[in-house]
Design a protein around this ligand. Structure first.
Ligand SMILES: [Cu+2]
Length: 156
């Protein structure tokens, strides 16, 4: 019996020592592991509802098209020091946007509808991202980004 009490006491002490370590380990984990959900709305021809800053980590983007024509939402990570305006100027001159790094992909939405799928991507701290629509209404019409359908956000 005495031996049993010693084992119990040893386990109790071990628990008192180990438990705070485990709890401390859990407390050290980020409490913000839930993805940030953002709905971006496209109109003819701009994006609205794009937060200027987003939190680093997992994000899920939804795309709603409130316009009268079909739109897309392309997400691109920008090279350091590059702005969305610089990218658009390069595109207007016919240059390939080599400063743009495709980071997440794209969503499509017909006029007046929402994309049936969402885009999940990992946003990197300190990075800048651009969203734009590359569609054109006819073969000779300007791309939507040239009409102002682009925006950007940074990640903190
Ligand atoms: Cu568009």
């Amino acid at each position: 019996m005495r031996e049993g009490k010693l084992v119990f006491r040893a386990l109790l002490i071990a628990g008192l020592v180990v438990a705070p370590l485990l709890l401390g380990g859990f407390a050290a984990k980020p409490l913000t592991s839930k993805p940030v959900e953002v709905t971006v709305t496209g109109i003819d021809y701009a994006f609205v509802g794009v937060p200027p800053q987003m939190r680093a980590g997992q994000a899920v983007l939804s795309f709603r098209n409130a316009g009268k024509v079909r739109h897309e939402l392309v997400v691109a990570r920008l090279a350091p020091g590059t702005t969305p305006e610089q990218i658009v100027e390069k595109l207007k001159k016919g240059a390939l946007p080599r400063d743009v790094i495709i980071a997440g992909g794209l969503l499509f939405a017909n006029a007046g509808e929402s994309s049936p799928v969402r885009l999940s991507l990992r946003l990197e701290r300190g990075e800048k991202y651009m969203i734009y629509c590359n569609f054109q209404d006819t073969l000779t019409a300007p791309r939507h980004w040239a009409l102002g359908m682009y925006s950007g956000f940074s990640v903190k």
